[in-house]
Design a protein around this ligand. Structure first.
Ligand code: HPA
Ligand code: ZN
Length: 328
């Protein structure tokens, strides 16, 4: 059987940068970021908060739209090699032009040109979710929402919230999310990874999101699991990320299987694959091993992902046809 086609809904573009690519950029620009790499050349970090610092240091090498063009090509090549046919990635005007609208448009154009080339080369489709960084604060998130609203359309399809989940509350970002919704963007937010069940409740109630990034700690509150299942809220689960960051001791202890059994719509993504030593192929393989998941489960999960993607229906039909062809 050919490799399973996969739909990925939760990927941070900079977090998917191969370490060798970032090292190359640093060399070209005479920047010294040697401290973010370990002796084997991979990214080195102690915990999630240190990961965020290393992430921002790596991202500091991406200074021009041209750098994002090359980044996007490198990332989509890796994703396509894992069988990904459709990917939604988080993009932050904070990193792409410092929230200046005309600079943001230039970065976006470069990213889209690379995505067009990757589509012709590998058949992979990319769409963007504009994402403020929570620990940069609500005021910057408003500026980010303005960038998002100005570029909303068939390619920028969503608005999210990343960064340090322990800083501030979802409600602090309500203005930004309202502006994004009014611009026609679909909404998701990171919650229930470092925050407990209440962080998931707050994201649903205060931001009106239809998807949650991670959300796995909802499992600690059975009533919340029921609410998520009833409302059809989709979890962008990144098991390998959670295990790499020691949220759970191992694959068998990860709650994705229980959440699914409780009727929650779960999807599978890599988050920041080289940081967490994962790929979509590894995620599928480890899940199959840990929970005895077969093709029937992966078929259902990938169709759930296609249904929950923020793309237009014509794009969704293309994805769905590829999934149906493989799993027929
Ligand atoms: N989680 C939260 N914020 C992030 C991440 C992540 O995995 N990657 C980049 N920003
Ligand atoms: Zn994430």
């Amino acid at each position: 059987m050919t490799m399973a086609p996969k739909v990925e809904l939760h990927l941070h573009l900079e977090g998917a940068a191969p370490p060798a690519f970032i090292r190359g950029l640093a060399q070209e620009k005479n920047m010294d970021i040697a401290g973010i790499f370990d002796e084997t050349g991979g990214y080195a970090y102690r915990d999630f908060w240190h990961f965020l610092e290393v992430y921002e240091a790596a991202t500091s090498t991406l200074k021009r739209p041209e750098d994002y063009y090359r980044l996007t090509l490198a990332v989509l090549e890796e994703s396509a090699a894992s069988g990904v046919i459709y990917s939604e990635c988080f993009l932050s005007p904070d990193f792409c032009g410092g929230r200046d609208l005309s600079a943001w448009r230039e970065y976006l154009q470069a990213i889209r040109e690379a995505a067009d080339l990757a589509e012709k080369r590998d058949g992979i489709l990319l769409r963007g979710i504009v994402t403020p960084i929570r620990h940069f604060g609500p005021e910057k998130a408003r500026e980010t929402a303005r960038c998002a609203a100005e570029t909303a359309g068939s390619w920028i399809v969503g608005f999210g919230l990343a960064g340090d989940e322990k800083i501030g509350k979802p409600k602090d970002f309500q203005w930004a999310f309202d502006a994004a919704r009014e611009a026609g963007l679909r909404l998701t937010a990171h919650a229930g990874e470092w925050g407990g069940p209440d962080s998931v409740r707050d994201a649903i109630a205060d931001l009106g999101v239809e998807r949650i990034g991670h959300g796995v700690r909802a499992i600690e509150d059975p009533a919340l699991v029921d609410e998520i299942a009833e409302k059809g809220i989709v979890l962008e689960v990144c098991p390998g990320s959670n295990i790499a960051l020691s949220l759970y001791p191992g694959w068998r202890q990860h709650p994705i299987h229980k959440l699914r059994e409780r009727g929650v719509k779960v999807t599978v993504s890599t988050d920041d694959p080289p940081f967490f030593h994962t790929t979509m192929v590894k995620e599928y393989d480890r899940l199959a091993e840990a929970f005895d998941w077969d093709d029937g489960v992966f078929s259902e999960i990938s169709k759930t992902s296609a249904e929950a993607s923020f793309c237009d229906n014509a794009t969704r039909d293309i994805i769905m046809k590829k999934l149906e062809k493989h799993y027929a």
